[in-house]
Design a protein around this ligand. Structure first.
Ligand SMILES: C[S@@+](CC[C@H](N)C(=O)[O-])C[C@H]1O[C@@H](n2cnc3c(N)ncnc32)[C@H](O)[C@@H]1O
Length: 314
């Protein structure tokens, strides 16, 4: 059985428990099923729960199906991008749900499958598609985007200070047929960055790989659509937990959670009217991180930021 160490597993379950236990037939959405680690723990702990698990990666889904075989009657696994959540729920006849979990980013399966091209430490084709039936791969981005478009991707999604130099070198290398795999790209980034800067901040290719992955999978735009859509589908008393692994994603989650939990009362009203009151409550302020102990045994947990919100009014 292939495994992925699920991040902040106990904490996710604890946070979802009040929402699950208040209903005799609870529905939980695992918007990022992966290998099914979080779903399995929920199905084991709550015998009455039914889960709808989404993933855009068919090879992850196949493994999740095997890992969750014994719960086949209580989990529906669907190939979808999570911004399709409303239409998935409509097709299943679910108006509202009790719990929603987003465990964003790539799974260790995706990182470990060298040929997927997600990791700068493996020699692989320039792919990075989470859904291998999508037309846009990293190779397409690197070989067809203009310099301006490459700079935008590297700056916006990688927060890369040397975006312009890297983009120039990408254009040169592709014209000479020298940009064919992840190793070529990692070397190109390294040689585009001044030696003094290279000594700090880990592998210099990290930001470029992150930026390309976000572009290829349209990750931020999809998240911006998915979070409000998911909030809308929570029932009163329902809870949503989101784990982000990089600041661009966490900023989006934070912004939507802050807006949803704020009163919309016009200034100066002496008393708050129910129609303007916030419909959601943050379960705790800010974000939570994994414990040192967890980080020691699972490096993926190092950058996690977990946020949780509860619906308090219809
Ligand atoms: C970190 S893994 C989830 C791991 C899972 N919680 C577990 O414990 O096994 C994230 C998964 O979400 C999927 N994913 C990422 N973005 C997605 C999106 N926009 N729509 C659907 N699935 C997505 C990835 O393919 C990956 O399998």
């Amino acid at each position: 059985m292939q495994v992925h160490k699920s991040v902040m597993l106990d904490r996710c379950i604890t946070l979802l428990t009040p929402a699950i236990e208040r209903n005799s037939n609870p529905i939980v959405i695992d918007a990022t099923l992966g290998l099914g680690g979080h779903s399995k723990a929920i199905l084991e702990k709550f015998p009455q729960v039914k889960i709808v698990g989404l993933d855009r990666d068919q090879s992850a889904m196949k493994i999740a199906k095997e890992n969750l075989q014994e719960f086949a009657e209580r989990i529906t696994i669907i190939h979808a991008v999570y911004d399709e959540l409303p239409s998935v729920l409509d097709s299943l006849g679910f108006k509202k749900v009790d719990g929603i979990l987003f465990d964003l980013g790539v799974s260790s399966l995706q990182l470990d499958e060298a040929e997927r091209g997600f990791s700068y430490s493996h020699l692989a084709p320039l792919d990075m598609r989470m859904d291998q039936s999508d037309p846009l791969s990293a190779a397409v981005v690197l070989n067809t985007y203009t310099k301006g478009e490459l700079v935008r991707v590297l700056r916006n999604y990688g927060e890369e200070k040397f975006a312009s130099r890297i983009a120039d070198n990408i254009i040169k290398a592709r014209a000479s047929g020298l940009l064919n795999n992840t190793k070529d790209l990692a070397e190109l980034v390294k040689s585009s960055i001044p030696a003094a800067t290279r000594r700090t901040g880990g592998n210099p290719a990290k930001r470029t790989f992150q930026a390309l992955r976000i572009e290829v999978n349209n990750e931020l735009k999809v998240l911006e659509t998915a979070i409000p859509a998911a909030l809308d589908r929570l029932s009163v008393g329902g809870r949503m937990v989101v784990m982000s692994f990089q600041s661009l994603e966490d900023r989006i989650v934070k912004r939507f959670f802050a807006d949803a939990s704020e009163s919309k009362s016009p200034r100066g009203l002496p008393v708050e009217m129910a129609e303007f009151a916030a419909k959601y409550n943050l379960v705790f302020r800010g974000s939570e991180s994994a414990s040192d102990e967890e980080i020691e045994s699972n490096s993926r947990a190092q950058s996690v930021k977990l946020r949780a919100i509860e619906r308090i009014a219809a």
